[in-house]
Design a protein around this ligand. Structure first.
Ligand code: AMP
Length: 189
C-alpha cells in the first residue's frame, strides 16, 4: 500500500506514522528527516536547505521530489510505503503523480489528521521545550502553521477530488486516533 499522511505540525503525525508502518511492515518516508539529514552535511546544498528549514519555510519542490524519487528506487519500497510530510504542495503532489505514472504505481490512500489550531500551538511549544528542535521556536512555529494553511491544506481538496482522502480526528487520545487510522487502512486494503 502507498499512503500519504497529511497533518499540520504538532498534530501527532510522526507518532501515528511510526505505529502505522510497524503495523503494515512498510518503510516510512519522512521528508523532514531526509532534509535534516541533508542539512547536517557540510556542503553548499546543506547550507541552502538549512536556510529554508530554519525559517520554517518549505524546501524547493523539485529538490524534495528528487530526494523522494531516490528513496523510492530502493527495493524496500516495492511493497509500498508511507509518505510522512510529503507531498506538501500541489506541485509536489503533481510531481508524485507523474513519478507514479512513469513507474506504473499508484497511491492508495491519503490520511488527513485534523487538530484545532490552538491545540497545535500548545503542543508545539511543549515539544520545543522538551526536544529543543531548531525549527520549534515561537516564530518558526507560527510560520510553519501559516505555510501549512496556505501551501499544504489545498492538497486536501486535490485528493478529495480523487476520492483518496480520509479525515482522522486528531483531538482524540493517541490510541483512539490510531484505531481510527487502522480501520481506514484495513477498509481500503
Ligand atoms: P517535518 O519534520 O515534516 O515537520 O519537516 C520539517 C521541515 O522540513 C519543514 O518545516 C520544511 O521546512 C521541511 N520539509 C519537510 N518536508 C517537506 C516537503 N515535502 N517539502 C518541502 N519542505 C519540507
Amino acid at each position: 500500500m502507498r499512503i500519504v499522511f497529511i497533518g499540520p505540525p504538532g498534530a501527532g503525525k510522526g507518532t501515528q506514522c511510526k505505529r502505522l508502518v510497524e503495523l503494515l511492515g512498510i518503510p516510512q518516508l519522512s521528508t523532514g528527516e531526509m532534509l535534516r539529514e541533508v542539512k547536517s552535511q557540510d556542503t553548499a546544498l546543506a547550507r541552502w536547505v538549512a536556510r529554508h528549514l530554519d525559517a520554517g519555510e518549505l524546501a524547493p519542490d523539485h529538490l524534495v521530489m528528487r530526494i523522494v524519487a531516490q528513496r523510492l528506487a530502493h527495493p524496500d519500497c516495492e511493497p509500498g510505503c508511507l509518505f510522512d510530510g510529503f507531498p506538501r504542495t500541489i506541485v509536489q503532489a503533481q510531481l508524485l503523480d507523474e513519478h507514479f505514472a512513469r513507474t506504473a504505481r499508484k497511491l492508495d490512500l491519503v490520511l488527513d489528521l485534523q487538530v484545532a489550531q490552538d491545540e497545535l500551538i500548545k503542543r508545539l511549544l511543549k515539544r520545543a521545550e522538551l526536544e529543543s528542535r531548531g525549527d520549534d521556536n515561537q516564530e518558526t512555529i507560527r510560520s510553519r502553521l501559516r505555510v501549512f494553511k496556505t501551501q499544504t491544506a489545498p492538497l486536501l481538496d486535490y485528493y478529495k477530488k480523487r476520492r483518496l482522502l480520509i479525515t482522522i480526528d486528531g483531538m482524540q487520545t493517541q490510541d483512539e486516533v490510531f484505531e481510527q487510522i487502522k480501520q481506514s487502512v484495513t477498509g481500503r486494503s
